[in-house]
Write a protein that binds this ligand. Structure first.
Ligand SMILES: C[S@@+](CC[C@H](N)C(=O)[O-])C[C@H]1O[C@@H](n2cnc3c(N)ncnc32)[C@H](O)[C@@H]1O
Length: 491
């Protein structure tokens, strides 16, 4: 109650006229139900309208906050269960994903428009306000509709008192465009370049710093990368060779990819509805994921019979490696430490043997394989486009533990491959601590365990992979995840 009063008294205070004007517009939207009280007294609020798309977006945000739900997994289920389809489904998805991505920026703006810091606002109310801010600043929804729909949502889901606070905040937010807000809420680039990019592109500061280091320190390029993280990725498909042709995917509506000989992009529609995808002859797979797997298969070897994918779940790369191995008469072993992920590898492959195994305590004998894929567990900072909430979940304190695991796994990967054989070390993170620093421990002067190949030579169709000998993909350059590849030949 207290907080409602404070909210009511703040941002709207100086703009009473504007508020009344907007209220009456809101009333018109709902068919003029918002009639003045007897004798021209205060207006009685109309009954709030329940909007299924906004309710779904709101419920998704609450599930992300309360249950650590993965937005991209829960949203399709929620839409199906609620029978929300077509434009409403697209709106719910855009509102939820866009708000989750943008909330770093939105919270700074909300802080300017309220007497309470966002962390002091009740989380359910804050999520509803964030949804409203997203509609106001990043969609073409008319401002009066964005405000009135959000107020209805708050009245229905949070309460009448909080609705007054939300109304006051949103009306203040609506006084400026996003481009007008950014110079007000972001620290000046000259004083605090990382802070400026963090607020402008809605990423945690430590992520901005790590990505800036990974692109080589250039702030304009960092900005382009952060902007690309805020775009929804296109749906990329792979036609697993020998099992599906690119022509079959094109006939199903896809367009051939720029780089991967087996890749295609689906401009619209449900990839699950494509027959080849349903039969696991094709799959949804980022183009860089396809290419790093292909690079491993392209390194010439004198003997080439046994392949290992030692962190294979859920099976994207294993599905492609298995298809290529089968064409060549080689055999793939897929392993994952988690049983349910190993099952997914089994589903994604046709010929591979799949086991549940801890790659740090491997059951296979040393030197047993000619090619080894190590797609290591990592922070996932290269795939932030895919999981709208992921950037807020990652914790820099997890990095030492992850990099220790990555080193243990790379050591056993090099044990697993025979002398002269090749290991692909892959991360879907460009973080230098997870990429160059890990590989450097095994290839640096005096360590002697492996020779570092120039990975770019095995991806001749892809420009802009960096100065080598690693290959680094980027969302802003290649339209792919920021996938890192090092190719190590065991001495
Ligand atoms: C980045 S994902 C691999 C993605 C997979 N290669 C693909 O393309 O679909 C990392 C995987 O490593 C597995 N993993 C983590 N620690 C492991 C360990 N010690 N041994 C084997 N697998 C492990 C995780 O369960 C997870 O499935």
């Amino acid at each position: 109650m207290n907080s409602d009063n404070r909210g009511q008294n703040r941002p709207g205070q100086n703009r009473g006229g504007q508020e009344r004007g907007n209220q009456s517009r809101g009333g018109q939207e709902r068919g003029g139900q918002n009639r003045p009280g007897r004798g021209g007294g205060p207006r009685r609020p109309s009954r709030p309208v329940r909007d299924e798309a906004r309710n779904a977006a709101y419920d998704l945000m609450r599930a992300v906050d309360e249950r650590d739900a993965y937005a991209n997994l829960l949203m399709p289920t929620m839409l199906r269960q609620r029978k929300i389809t077509g434009r409403d489904a697209a709106l719910a998805t855009e509102l939820a994903y866009g708000t989750l991505r943008g909330l770093g920026t939105y919270d700074e703006i909300i802080a300017m428009c309220s007497d309470r810091a966002p962390e002091d606002v009740d989380p359910p109310l804050l999520d509803a306000i964030r949804l409203g801010v997203h509609q106001l600043l990043r969609t073409r929804i008319p401002p009066h509709a964005a405000v009135s729909a959000t107020i209805d949502l708050v009245r229905l889901r949070v309460g009448g008192g909080p609705a007054r606070y939300a109304n006051a905040v949103l009306r203040k937010v609506a006084t400026r465009t996003l481009d007008e807000w950014l110079p007000i809420v972001a620290p000046p680039r000259e004083d605090d370049p990382v802070g400026n990019l963090a607020v402008t592109y809605s990423h945690p500061g430590w992520v901005v710093g790590a990505l800036r280091d990974a692109v080589g320190g250039d702030f304009d390029e960092t900005a382009a990368l952060l902007a690309a993280d805020n775009d929804r990725p296109r749906v990329a498909l792979v036609a697993r060779p020998g099992r599906c042709s690119l022509d079959e995917l094109v006939a199903a509506g896809a367009e051939p990819a720029a780089y991967s000989p087996y890749g295609a992009y689906l401009p619209e529609g449900d990839p699950g509805a494509i027959v080849a995808v349903g039969e696991a002859r094709a799959a949804v797979q980022d183009e860089a994921s396809q290419l790093v797997a292909l690079a491993l298969t392209r390194v010439p070897l004198d003997r080439d019979a046994r392949w290992l994918d030692m962190c294979a779940g859920p099976g994207g790369k294993a599905g492609l490696l298995d298809a290529v191995a089968t064409q060549r008469g080689a055999h793939l072993l897929g392993a994952d430490v988690q049983y349910h992920r190993a099952r997914l590898v089994w589903r994604a492959t046709a010929e591979a043997k799949v086991i549940v195994a801890d790659g740090t305590e491997p059951p296979w004998r040393p030197g047993a394989f000619d090619r080894v894929m190590l797609d290591a567990p990592c922070t996932g900072l290269g795939a932030l486009r895919r999981r709208p909430e992921a950037r807020w979940r990652r914790d820099p304190r997890s990095i030492p533990e992850l990099t220790a695991l990555q080193r243990r796994l790379l050591a056993t990967a090099l044990d697993a491959v025979r002398p002269g054989g090749v290991v692909a070390y892959v991360t879907c993170s460009p973080h230098l601590a997870e990429t160059r620093a890990v590989v450097g421990d095994f290839t640096g002067e005096g360590t002697g365990r492996a020779e570092l190949l120039d990975a770019r030579e095995f991806l001749p169709e892809v420009p802009g992979l960096g100065d080598g000998p690693y290959a680094q993909f980027w969302p802003h350059r290649h339209g792919t995840d920021a996938m890192f590849l090092a190719l190590l030949r065991r001495r």
